[in-house]
Design a protein around this ligand. Structure first.
Ligand code: XMP
Length: 321
């Protein structure tokens, strides 16, 4: 039977044997996999590990603080936050095509990570790079090198050509639920361990239309309400993902107080799924949906309409872009 503290001890020994006294670099995304992988490596080699957290400004409310605050304090890991939201917004200016957005975000992410890696390497060379590759990623990519396509594109991305890293992948034999159990065993925050999958390009692909600072603030506020209410209803582990989408280029007429409004719709997209390849829309209780809708339209001035996406995948994808 599985014993998670045994798995941890085993991995710690393996990591020590692999990296010796060399320095190790890790890109934290705020997701479960990189957080648990880094915590394991830190347990094994302590200060030899340095993590980089790129804040591209496309994260949800509280996520940057969770990584740079709670997580860093709890684990004692040296986490270097790089706040580059201005640069990302500049790159996204005028971009509306979903694939163009992904390319711009991916390109900028790699640039930022490269620069951070170079800065940190000036304090002493790195020979190892941590990746939160899971067993299903290994299988999907044919058991070969690197993680699945989506991940290699958006989570860690390309690495500086002239920097040669050897990969440390302590989660390579594990499934997601095992990684979560290990995260709990390591004392990581529940909110982090149970975080639903969140795309690398973040809120950038949940704003249909151009991404601007104001639109991000609107979406972040609506998203925070939806997530808080789902959690309060005790249902956050019953959905696979709960994208909240801002239709930034659409306006509709509404009425509020003594006046007519002309605001934007929010789309709620809760889905159930096993592996994101196919999905069904989640049948959330009407009471919960009503509460989310009321709160969003009351608390987020730019939004005057809340809609529910009742499309399965296929034909719809989980994300709107
Ligand atoms: P779709 O929208 O294709 O999404 O049904 C399937 C899963 O992949 C996630 N997703 C992404 N993840 N970069 C990522 O890291 C991306 O560009 C990206 N696009 C979609 C999505 O959240 C879902 O879990």
């Amino acid at each position: 039977s599985w014993n998670f503290s045994n798995i941890i001890d085993e991995q710690v020994e393996k990591i020590r044997a692999q990296v010796g006294d060399k320095r190790v670099l890790c890109a934290l995304s705020g997701g479960v996999d990189s957080s648990v992988a880094a915590a394991l490596v830190h347990k094994a080699v302590g200060d030899q590990l340095t993590c980089v957290f790129v804040d591209h400004g496309l994260l949800r409310q509280g996520e940057a603080e969770q990584v740079l605050g709670d997580y860093a304090q709890l684990t004692g890991i040296d986490v270097r936050g790089v706040d580059v939201s201005d640069r990302f917004l500049a790159e996204l200016k005028g971009v509306t095509d979903p694939e163009e957005k992904r390319k711009a975000i991916g390109r900028e992410f790699i640039r930022t990570f490269e620069q951070a890696a170079r800065d940190i390497a000036s304090e002493g060379e790195f020979e190892y790079l941590v990746q939160g590759t899971l067993y299903p990623d290994v299988v999907e990519s044919g058991g070969g090198t690197g993680a699945a396509n989506i991940k290699s594109h958006h989570n860690v991305g390309g690495l500086p050509e002239d920097m040669k890293f050897e990969l440390v992948e302590p989660l390579r034999a594990l499934f997601k639920d095992e990684v979560r159990s290990i995260g709990i065993e390591l004392g990581l925050p529940e909110a982090m361990v149970w975080r639903q999958p969140f795309p690398g390009p973040g809120l950038g692909i949940r704003i249909v239309g151009e991404v601007t600072r104001e639109r991000l603030e609107t979406l972040r506020a609506a998203d925070a309400i939806a997530r808080a209410e789902l959690r309060a209803a005790g249902l956050d582990r019953s959905v696979w993902q709960f994208p909240v989408v801002l239709l930034a280029d659409v306006r509709s007429v509404g009425v509020q107080g003594d006046g007519r409004t002309y605001g934007h719709p929010i789309v709620l997209r809760p889905v159930s799924s096993e592996d994101a390849m196919t999905a069904d829309w989640s049948r959330l209780p009407y009471e919960l949906l009503a509460k989310i809708s009321t709160r969003i339209t009351n608390e987020v001035p730019e939004v005057n309409r809340v809609t529910l996406d009742v499309t399965s995948k296929p034909p719809g994808t989980i994300e709107w872009e």
